[in-house]
Design a protein around this ligand. Sequence first.
Ligand code: SF4
Length: 341
Amino acid sequence: MPAVSQVRNDWSRDEVLALFALPFTELLHRAATVHREHFDPTEVQVSTLLSVKTGGCPEDCGYCPQAARYHTGVEATKLMSTEDVVAKAKQARDAGASRFCMGAAWRSPKDRDIPKVAAMIREVKALGLETCATLGMLTDTQAHALRDAGLDYYNHNIDTAPDFYGEVIHTREFQDRLDTLAHVRDAGMKTCCGGIVGMGESREQRAGLLHALATLPAHPDSVPINRLVQVAGTPLSGTALLDPFEFVRTIAVARLLMPRSMVRLSAGRETMSDELQALCFAAGANSIFHGEKLLTTGNPDTEHDQRLFERLGLRPMHVASADVASDCSTTVHAAITGEAA
Ligand code: SF4
């Protein structure tokens, strides 16, 4: 087996499956070793995300409470005004944020939306913040327009394995996701791209998700690994829960496959015990979302995260470290440390 910390884009699915099949402690040891080769394992990047347009989405992603067709109690909102977004960005900056991520529940932005989002990006950038957005699928022209406005990062998840995609989403194709990621890369922006596990997929399909990420032309700068948040009213509500050890394995394999990427615990963290999160950090996760809301689902509160960091001897990653392999969203150090970054 080649040195696991080598950055490779030619993983085979069998190799990925073989990593999943390692004895648990051996897998964690290998992942922790690779983590240390590229990062300080005591540092965790802390991020927040602002939903600038919530709900009412025409897509049918089976996990998502923002899809208009599911009755989940999420109220659709219009695109926030630039003024309101800038006010939130200022709050984040004053709390120590270095990067600000704006999310909109769109299949894809309409061309007429681009100047509005571009204005937000320009004004957020003028505050001295790095900018990130997640707006759905982009055309090449839209990607360049956002880049020209100053967008640094674009989040676009591939969701799940290519061979499970049709079980979860019927309103777009897996290839559509790859096309948008190519437009983002071609425009010169950094990518934030991961997926969701616990949607009823098999281990082979979890391996397929990670294989698809690790064989992209360039590894995503940031890899959010979400655990399904089961929301009543969505088709995936009631799915059998994923074995927590299998979730940790997924984190560890992601770390081994993409050694220089930020591997982020994202949605689903509020249902994880402190012990499970600690195992994930030991397995190479080095980024979290925090705050009371993660788009429309809950997230552990800041004080709880602060206590967990103290108990584990972890500290928020500083910007200079984060820039080595950055993630896509607002980085807030102050909220978790109680002081400005
Ligand atoms: S995940 Fe995104 S694209 Fe899918 S329904 Fe939700 S908001 Fe729409």
